[in-house]
Design a protein around this ligand. Structure first.
Ligand code: FAD
Length: 306
């Protein structure tokens, strides 16, 4: 029995939108990626728990994703189920009796929406998210950051679904945050994040968000499909500068190209495959090692079969 058929059988009567043998190139921001055995659109926490409780004992791998702006699925595809969290996108603001200001956002909610809600309520702390096209789940998972701020600065607690389909809560102090990484267990799915923000000045918040957005629009090659920064920066040295110094701007593998505008971005010129992108990534990493003795580590996550 094929893997997709096995998932179909295991899921049985679980409802919702399920696509089998789904090309991930249609969902990733880079527009590359092989087929997932199944792509399941998550519509509720109850449905998600049901799915996990069926897949886990059957030994079927699954991977929660948000907007797929930081992930590359190899061309051989993903054996298992991709859980698209886009249906869990509730978001609200509360001021607690202790005076604290909190935004609660489900894993599939857009970061941009959380930043907009914060600004509308004169709350500061999420301005750095302006223009980051990811979801709350993706941003928490990898401790997204920009312009000197990171998710860890605002996270108060995170609700998770564990491998048994049970909910648990982790306080900020229980999570280790580092550069684009957290200690959250890989098998856990981020259901909700509680973000603690401070009262600020509406105009200052709006101006800062506008400034960040404009800077991104100027610096980033947004006219082409991309996945943001490909490599992590080295302390004190942006990866983009290293790549630029090696003369690799404009370098191509197939239709994947090192952006001329920003060397740490790889753009899809039209028909790039994941293999093209990964070949370019290897070429850059090899050159950095050989020419500069630097080990570049990818910021984008790479999953799936060759
Ligand atoms: C133009 C552009 C600019 C960008 N700028 C920045 C930037 O300034 N700073 C920055 O940090 N990033 C940036 N990114 C990368 C990306 O947008 C962020 O990292 C974002 O937070 C990823 O969210 P996502 O929903 O797309 O995650 P995905 O790509 O869908 O997933 C990324 C990882 O998170 C995991 N994940 C996603 N959702 C969940 C969940 N609910 N539970 C558990 N795990 C989950 C996935 O399994 C995967 O391992 C940029 C990307 C683009 C395209």
């Amino acid at each position: 029995m094929g893997s997709a058929m096995k998932i179909k059988e295991v899921l049985g009567s679980v409802g919702g939108k399920i696509f089998y043998d789904e090309p991930m190139s249609q969902h990733s921001s880079l527009r590359v990626g092989g087929r997932a055995d199944a792509l399941i659109v998550i519509e509720s926490e109850v449905q998600l728990a049901q799915i996990v409780r069926k897949l886990q004992p059957a030994g079927i791998d699954y991977l929660p994703v948000g907007n797929l702006t930081n992930i590359i699925v190899r061309d051989g595809g993903y054996r298992g189920a991709i859980l698209l969290m886009s249906g869990l996108r509730e978001i609200n603001y509360r001021q607690m009796p202790d005076g604290g200001h909190y935004i609660n956002a489900q894993g599939g909610a857009a970061l941009a929406q959380a930043a907009a809600l914060a600004a509308a309520n004169e709350l500061t702390g999420l301005e750095f998210c302006s223009g980051i096209p990811g979801s709350i789940g993706g941003a928490v998972w990898m401790n997204a950051g920009a312009y000197g701020a990171e998710m860890k600065d605002v996270i108060e607690e995170v609700s998770l679904l564990d491998a048994n389909g049970l909910q648990a809560t982790m306080k900020k102090e229980e999570i280790v945050f580092s550069y684009r990484r957290t200690s959250l267990p890989r098998e856990s799915i981020i259901l909700n994040a509680r973000l603690k923000l401070e009262k600020g000045e509406r105009k200052q918040i709006q101006d800062k968000m506008k400034e960040i957005l404009q800077a991104r629009q100027q610096k980033h090659p947004l006219a082409y499909p991309n996945a943001g920064s490909i490599f992590k920066n080295i302390p004190g040295m942006p990866a983009g500068r290293i790549i630029e110094e090696m003369g690799l701007k404009g370098k191509r593998c197939g239709d994947a190209e090192v952006s001329v505008q920003h060397a740490n971005f790889i753009i899809n010129r039209g028909k790039a495959t994941a293999t093209d992108v990964l070949s370019l990534i290897s070429l850059i990493a090899d050159r950095a090692k050989k020419e500069k003795g630097i080990d570049l580590e990818t910021e984008v996550e790479i999953v799936g079969d060759n």
